[in-house]
Design a protein around this ligand. Structure first.
Ligand code: UGA
Length: 450
């Protein structure tokens, strides 16, 4: 009997790359299966094997400890023995190049490593695939073509299985997926990956969609690009709503979303989208269409442009109330690209802080996870970073809320503005938009007419 048909039996999984996708998937799959994580960074390997998560992610600590204690999860450097595997999944980074196109060198390196060691990890039949976000055609070139050229078709099958995890809720999202997409080169590879999920998630894995490798790859880009476009659309509507006295953004969205053809989720206006995924995937799809397919991308480019204008919109609000910001103390609350993460990649807060500093403002910034953040020397030289929210706000001429951390919302407007010289709050995330505004406080929010 083929190993994929032995229902209930733990599978042997190899994951390359222990970043937030690889590690989150690893700890979840290890509840059922035997998982080996390959990671180049020795400090991450050490930390994982001690049961200490190298990344900040809700609920990961407990799952990692359980996985290590059970012996079902282990991390090691790529040189270590691979052991026989049923499924091999590459979860390494695919960063943007300068021009916005996708750098696939880490995926390429991972595949080179694997194809040099097929006898080491394949005893019967192994599904080898990519989970990292890659342009359509990549899995064919970097996996399927190599399988065919190396005459491994009897032993290896190719798959692409995108992730839809959000940072901060990665475990929750991975355990309760809306759908699982499996692009596969053949039925055998697809069924191995399908079984891996079904046995580990049970009836939570009830929406598995199988398709071609290319459709799976494109589906990931299109999903992220659609969500990013939705946010930019919301921000454009917010720009319009702000200028119509009496109009209310939330009421407009509520009325719109009551139409069953329109979903109101992910329609939050604010300082714009950031993070390592939306900006990268929108520009990746634009570059793919332009360079490889000769297709115009008017909507995607507009979504990108609207997002790039968001920091300026925040500054415009500020300048309506503080005509000359030179020398003024401006407090920025929140540096992370969204709450629940220490990730500052493409964070709108960084862009706002830079513009404030370029305009001569005395910028102070606070974030609950400041101590974990990898902030460049460049920014450190321009901005006063503090772990004390009081120090950040004291005697400030304005406060800009850039990340809607619960800490700030729980504090409330009165406490936030208490020690400010000028009680002006610019709410870049509409966090207080439905609260009563105490007298003496000037409150401006994205999408809200003055
Ligand atoms: C995003 C997707 O939501 C995931 O499905 C996907 O798997 C992931 O990218 C990825 O490709 O790895 P993530 O980047 O973690 O996840 O963050 P989101 O929660 O999607 O937020 C992205 C940005 O959009 C944040 O800056 C957030 O503040 C902003 N946003 C989100 C809005 O401005 N408005 C909204 O209504 C929602």
């Amino acid at each position: 009997m083929h190993q994929s048909e032995v229902l209930g039996k733990a599978m042997r999984i190899l994951i390359i790359g222990a970043g937030y996708v690889g590690l989150s998937m690893g700890v979840i799959l290890a509840e059922k299966h035997d998982v080996l994580l390959l990671e180049m960074d020795p400090s991450k390997v050490e930390s994982i094997n001690k049961g200490q998560s190298p990344i900040f992610e809700d609920k990961i600590a407990e799952l990692l400890q359980n996985a290590i204690q059970s012996g079902r999860l282990k991390a090691q450097s790529p040189e270590g023995p691979l052991g026989y595997r049923d499924v091999v999944m590459v979860c390494v980074g695919t960063p943007s190049r300068e021009d916005g196109s996708v750098n696939l060198s880490y995926v390429d390196d991972a595949m080179k490593l694997l194809f040099e060691r097929v006898d080491e990890f394949c005893d019967n039949y192994t599904a080898v695939g990519i989970k990292s976000t890659v342009p359509p055609g990549t899995t064919k070139t970097l996996v399927l073509d190599k399988i065919e050229k190396g005459h491994f078709t009897d032993r290896l099958g190719a798959f692409f299985n995108p992730e839809f995890l959000r940072e901060g809720t990665a475990i929750e999202d991975a355990k309760n997926p809306d759908r699982i997409i499996i692009g596969a080169s053949n039925e055998k590879a697809a069924s191995l990956v399908q079984r891996m999920y079904m046995e580990s998630l049970g009836n939570k894995a009830d929406n598995i969609l199988t398709m071609s490798l290319e459709s799976g790859e494109l589906c990931k880009y299109v999903s992220n690009s659609f969500l990013a476009t939705k946010i930019s659309f919301a921000n454009e509507i917010a720009n319009i709503t702000e200028r119509i006295p009496g109009a209310d953004f939330d009421s407009v969205v509520k009325g719109m979303a009551a139409d069953s053809r329109i979903c109101g989720k992910f329609f939050g206006s604010g300082a714009g989208y950031g993070g390592s995924c939306f900006p990268k995937d929108v520009s990746g799809l634009i570059m793919l269409a332009k360079n490889d397919l000769n297709v115009a991308t008017h909507i995607l480019q507009a979504a990108q442009r609207v997002n790039a204008e968001r920091p300026q919109r925040i500054l415009d609000f500020l300048k309506e109330h503080v005509s000359d910001i030179k020398g003024k103390k401006i407090a920025v609350l929140g540096i992370a690209f969204k709450p629940g993460t220490d990730d500052i990649r493409e964070s709108p807060a960084l862009k706002v802080m830079k513009q404030l500093s370029d305009n001569g403002a005395n910028v102070w910034a606070h974030d609950p996870l400041l101590s974990r953040m990898e902030i460049s020397e460049d920014i450190k030289n321009q901005i006063n970073l503090t772990e004390s929210i009081n120090e950040c706000l004291k005697n400030s001429d304005a406060c800009i809320l850039m990340t809607e951390w619960k800490e700030y919302i729980d504090m409330g407007l009165e406490a936030i503005t208490d020690t400010m010289s000028n009680k002006l709050l610019i709410d870049g995330r509409r966090a207080f938009v439905n609260r009563d505004i105490p007298s003496g406080i000037t409150y401006r929010a994205i999408g809200r007419p003055n």
